[in-house]
Ligand binder design. Sequence first.
Ligand code: GLN
Length: 540
Amino acid sequence: MQKKEAKFVVVTGGVLSGLGKGLFISSLGKLLQSKGYKTIPIKIDPYINIDAGTMNPTEHGEVFVLDDGSEVDMDLGNYERFLDLTLTSDSNITTGKIYRKVIEKERRGDYLGKTVQLIPHISEELQQQFKDIAEKNYAEIVLIEIGGTVGDIENQIFLESVRELSLDRDVFFVHCTLVPVIGVVGEQKTKPAQQSVKMLREMGIVPDMIFCRSERYLDDKIAEKISRFCGVDKECIISGPDLKNIYEIPLVLEKQQVAEKILSKLGMYPKMDNLEYWKEFVEKMGDTNKKIKIAVTGKYTSLKDAYASIQEAFNHCCGNLGCSIEIKWIETTDIEEGKIKPEEALKDVDGILVPGGFGSRGAEGKIECIKYARENNLPFLGLCFGFQLAVVEYARSLCSLNMANSTEIDPETNHPVIDILQEQKEIYNKGGTMRLGRYVAKLKPDSIVQSLYGTDVAFERHRHRYEVNSNYISLLEENGIIFSGKSPDGKLMEFLELPNNYFFVATQAHPEFTSRPLKPSPLFLGFVKACLSRPSPKNF
Ligand code: GLN
């Protein structure tokens, strides 16, 4: 097991999806980093979509956007946050992407004379990609997460590719499984784990470690049983108990010396130990002396995964400011339909965040909430769609454009203050065609955003088709909106603020994607500080 090239840790899943393989990889990566190793994560999604951009967040969770503009699985958000890395689209492989690559090669004639097949062509292409990613990133350890569950038809080729990889590279296999707690006595049951390991073995893969998700730590005799029946050393049967805070997972794994055990099997050893700062961050997050409640509006409020990065950005603020935030989810269709008034929905909150979104459902309700926030000096942060709707609200209320709207909501509006981006007009395909990825904005001297970022420019990630219509900018500015961040050519409005409000800031970008545990997004931090210290509305 002693070779110079990168080594690999592959995580597979058994029994059911959603067990937290992504968080396991993120946490393991953190530990390996803290021991001095350079790691790079890869997520394999077995669906045929080329990327996550065309999928519904209610079904699949948030669409995460990277600097390079790729729209990827939300697990990459956790990878970036835990590992403090900036990833590229290379780190998200899908069935669609890999097939497309092989089909393109076939059309080019790269396999001339051959019958192009799942094995070896797809499996070898996958292995090549794993090795290329390792090299490109100078990684010492590559972490590969195979999406889906062992036994699914659709992820078999991926399992086969890592099995083949293990024939010429050092690969450590971790199988993530469920140990349910059943019955009145709360017994931990091992059968699902046994059966999923059996299915993995049928694919030719013998796990080196089993990560057992359960309500609580494994009872000793249960760990013993799993070890015996699955043929895995008892010291490599790892407990993954339910935790309130995901950032505690690395600490729980560290207690069980997971990284040391993996390193030792790979013929490596810890080069250093540096997890103290993480422990401090986690401890500070638990400080619940200062509690605030923040409203978050949206139509996907039934599925909180759709807003994962926003929740994490808030958590990062908590870990830095030593406070706790309760999110009050507001379904704005209820406001729109008159079931509840904004003053009723927002009466007990310290601030309101209107996040990104698409389409007209719930939009009028969001506009009503923004109006309430502006008029009652409730701290407000608008992101992307939230920024656009703040412009619509301002145009209606303060620029005498009663019917102002975004053409996304009302294509026939007389006052299209938000309109489709020029560059989007000729595009008819949906996948990967929005204005995507990292762009720079020039910040206005002495503005709130300039003081929050502490620089004259801000780099943030984007995902949108619409923008502030340039024909209305001077009217909006004359009536008091400050566009405090613009694209370098001055054409695109990227940030806005209202100078007479306590905190009313919005951005066309998605700052939630780049917030990191120890480097919270400046906009979120400013907003949360404002929520913590806002004067009572009566004193304003
Ligand atoms: N629907 C809006 C647009 O496409 C906003 C997008 C978003 O919030 N991500 O411009």
